[in-house]
Design a protein around this ligand. Structure first.
Ligand code: AVJ
Length: 325
């Protein structure tokens, strides 16, 4: 616990991280006929930093569109959330969007940001705590894609409200999205609600540009997953032997991001030697783009009811208010 004056403002919680499970996940993915890596491994310190740079790119319309929606409809959103809410943010990153929300809320009871990137989580939680001295801030280092439980909060709160911005829900396969949202509904409990950012279907050219920026930041972000894995598991991926590729798969309605092996090569992971052919791909991320109808069906299958949906004039991005009933 970190003390500020006589007031305790920041309580750090760490879920026991199962490093071995992540290792097995990576190993499994590299041995599949179509190789893949878990996209949560993008976010080490450097990856989180690169992602923030992506958010500021001209081509990456998602972040600025979502922030504009939060600003424009903040009063209405705050009224829906109501006073004394416990705000739980999934994948909080730098908490830029949270501030827009928190600043409009009536006496929020506590803020519980969850993220895997420990240092960034602590930094942004500390910043929120110092600008909101009456707010209890409970950063939780955890992988929210796995089961986790919420820490005890001493503040009394009226309801739990989840905040899941950025369209990170698009990283799940639709079936996984249903089960994830279902678990989230249980976690939020009766009276709970979820404010979620959902990227919408649009001209594939706009999408291709958003994931293939001119400055090459997304390429660096994609390649960094290999550096992170090398650092964490002692493997020997050579980053210069891989190329970034991202494209919109119209049939599946999703961006697919790959790393393509530039030549025949062997990668060593644990005691295994993994062969990669020239041109072979490793799938590093999928990012689904939903129509309002498609996402509504996913939410309902998870037992959530779709309330207000806010979109920008171009209908590129949506913020949706889902209730747990
Ligand atoms: C943070 C998962 C929403 O899918 O758009 C950005 C990650 N990947 N550029 C997305 C990402 C490539 C991003 N999410």
């Amino acid at each position: 616990m970190i003390e500020a004056g006589t007031q305790s403002v920041l309580h750090l919680h760490e879920a026991a991280m199962n490093g071995d499970r992540v290792r097995r996940e990576v190993l499994h993915g590299l041995q599949l006929p179509a190789k893949e890596l878990p996209c949560k491994l993008f976010y080490d310190e450097r990856g989180s930093d690169l992602f923030e740079q992506i958010c500021d790119l001209d081509e990456y319309y998602l972040t600025r569109t979502e922030i504009a929606l939060l600003e424009r409809h903040g009063a209405e959103i705050a009224a829906l959330i109501g006073p004394q809410a416990l705000l739980i943010e999934l994948g909080s990153g730098n908490s830029r969007k949270t501030r827009v929300l928190l600043d409009r809320l009536a006496e929020p009871a506590a803020y519980l940001p969850i993220d895997l990137a420990r240092e960034q989580l602590l930094r942004s939680a500390a910043a929120v705590a110092s600008s909101h001295p009456r707010l209890e801030v409970h950063p939780l280092v955890a992988d929210y894609t796995q089961t986790f439980s919420l820490p005890e909060i001493s503040a009394a709160f009226a309801r739990r409200v989840g905040f899941f911005p950025g369209s990170t829900i698009g990283n799940f396969l639709p079936e996984q999205a249903v089960s994830f949202l279902g678990r989230l509904r249980e976690l939020l409990g009766p009276g709970g609600a979820l404010l979620i950012g959902v990227d919408l279907k649009k001209d594939p050219q706009v999408l291709d540009r958003a994931y293939n920026d001119q400055a090459g930041v997304t390429a660096q972000f994609n390649l960094n997953i290999l550096a992170h894995i090398n650092h964490r598991f002692g493997s020997d991926f050579h980053l210069e032997q891989f190329a970034h590729q991202a494209h919109y798969n119209r049939r599946l309605g999703r961006i697919e991001m790959h790393l393509i092996s530039r030549e025949d090569q062997q990668v060593h992971f644990d005691s295994l030697s993994i062969p990669l052919r020239a041109g072979e791909r490793i799938l590093t991320e999928v990012s689904y783009k939903y129509s309002r109808g498609q996402f509504g069906r996913i939410a309902r299958r998870a037992g959530l009811e779709v309330g207000r949906v806010w979109t920008d004039p171009q209908r590129w991005f949506s913020l949706q208010w889902l209730t747990a009933g």
